[in-house]
Structures are given as C-alpha cells and as structure tokens.
Design a protein around this ligand. Structure first.
Ligand code: FNR
Length: 185
C-alpha cells in the first residue's frame, strides 16, 4: 500500500489571476515528499439550496463531493472578503457538508492558510473558516498559524516567491501539515 497521502486544495478566490492560487502553488512547491496535491474547483458549484438535494443533485456538487471524499486531507488557501470567508468558499463547505450525516469533510485533517495584500493576513477569514471546520469535525493544523500579508508583492514576474524566508515558512506549513495527516491516518 502506498503511503502517499492525497490532499485536495481549495482556493477561496475564483479569479483567473488569483494571487491566492499562486500562493497555494508555492506551498505545494515547498511540500515534503509523500503528499500528492490536486485542486478541487469550487467556481461552478450552484449556491447551496436544499431543494436541489434530490436523488439527482447538480452534477458539480456530485463531482466535488466525490473528489473530497476520495482525498486524505484538505488544504484551504483563501483571501479574506469583508473580514470573513469568501462566499464561494463558504458555499463549497456547505455543499460538502450535506446530505445530513454524509459530510465528505468529516474527520479529514485540514490546514488553513489565509492571505491579504495588507498586513493582517486574512486573520478574520482564517478564524471564521476554522469555526466551520470545528463543526465538520476536521482536525485543523494549529501551528504554524498562516496569516500571509503582502500578497501582491510576494511574487516575481515568473510567479516565484521572491523571499527565501517566505518560501521556508510555506515549507514549514506543508511539513507540519504532513505530520498532522500522518498522525490522523
Ligand atoms: C477584498 N479584500 C480584502 N482584503 C483584506 O485583507 N480584508 C478584507 O476584508 C477584504 N475584503 C475584500 C472583499 C472583497 C469583495 C474583495 C473582492 C476583496 C482584498 C483581497 O484580499 C484582494 O483582492 C486579494 O488579492 C484577493 O485574492 P486573489 O483574488 O488575488 O487571490
């Protein structure tokens, strides 16, 4: 049996040139061996509505639920919108949390990385997201905390993280997350 662990990466920004998505890629680049990452896309998930929770729910809901159900862990990388979680990300959490009793997130280790062009690093979004993950019974990486400021200055023209210190910090997040995943395997 392979010891490789599959990690779904959910990015809270939908825009094509998202700096947060670039940050997610930078974390992946610094991750230790033994983790396999795949992006779980959330932009096409219909707004959660219990009326759609039939025997044939929207196909993107089913795709998303199957994908999350199939991984060992989930890495959330998100900007902050109005001091909270972007609606698209909250919607994805709601979609994955239902039908009742069948939440695909349940028990899967998670890590939360928030980012902002400002200095506060998405602290509000980070902890609002953690509140939902408690309810979903996901063991969440506690340290290092990841409130990444200066998002718009972080990358060079090729999309590489300019600061070696930042690269090392991103690597330390991925390494600690790998340990949490192994502990919960
Ligand atoms: C923002 N932004 C923002 N930033 C922040 O630090 N705290 C906040 O509360 C908000 N609120 C907010 C609301 C909305 C609706 C938007 C569109 C933006 C700015 C945000 O951090 C910035 O646009 C990031 O660059 C978004 O990430 P991506 O799209 O580059 O990944």
């Amino acid at each position: 049996m392979s010891s490789t662990k599959k990690v779904a990466v959910i990015v809270g920004s939908l825009r094509a040139e998202s700096k947060t998505r670039a940050l997610a890629k930078a974390i992946i680049a610094e991750a230790p061996a033994g983790l396999e990452f795949e992006f779980a896309e959330i932009g096409d998930l219909a707004l959660y509505n219990e009326d759609l929770e039939t025997d044939t729910p929207p196909a993107p809901w089913t795709r998303f639920r199957n994908q999350i159900g199939d991984v060992d862990a989930v890495l959330f990388v998100t900007p902050e919108y109005n001091r909270s979680v972007p609606a698209a990300l909250k919607n994805a959490i709601d979609v994955g949390s239902r039908p009742y009793g069948k939440a695909v997130f349940s028990g899967k280790p998670a890590a939360v990385v928030t980012a902002s062009p400002g200095g506060v690093g998405g602290f509000g979004a980070n902890h609002h997201l953690r509140q939902s993950l408690v309810f979903l019974d996901m063991p969440v990486l506690q340290q290092p905390e990841a409130y990444i400021g200066g998002l718009w200055e972080m990358f060079d023209d090729e999309g590489n993280v300019k600061s070696e210190g930042t690269r090392k910090f991103l690597g330390s997040i991925a390494t600690a997350f790998a340990a949490l995943i192994a502990k919960n395997a």
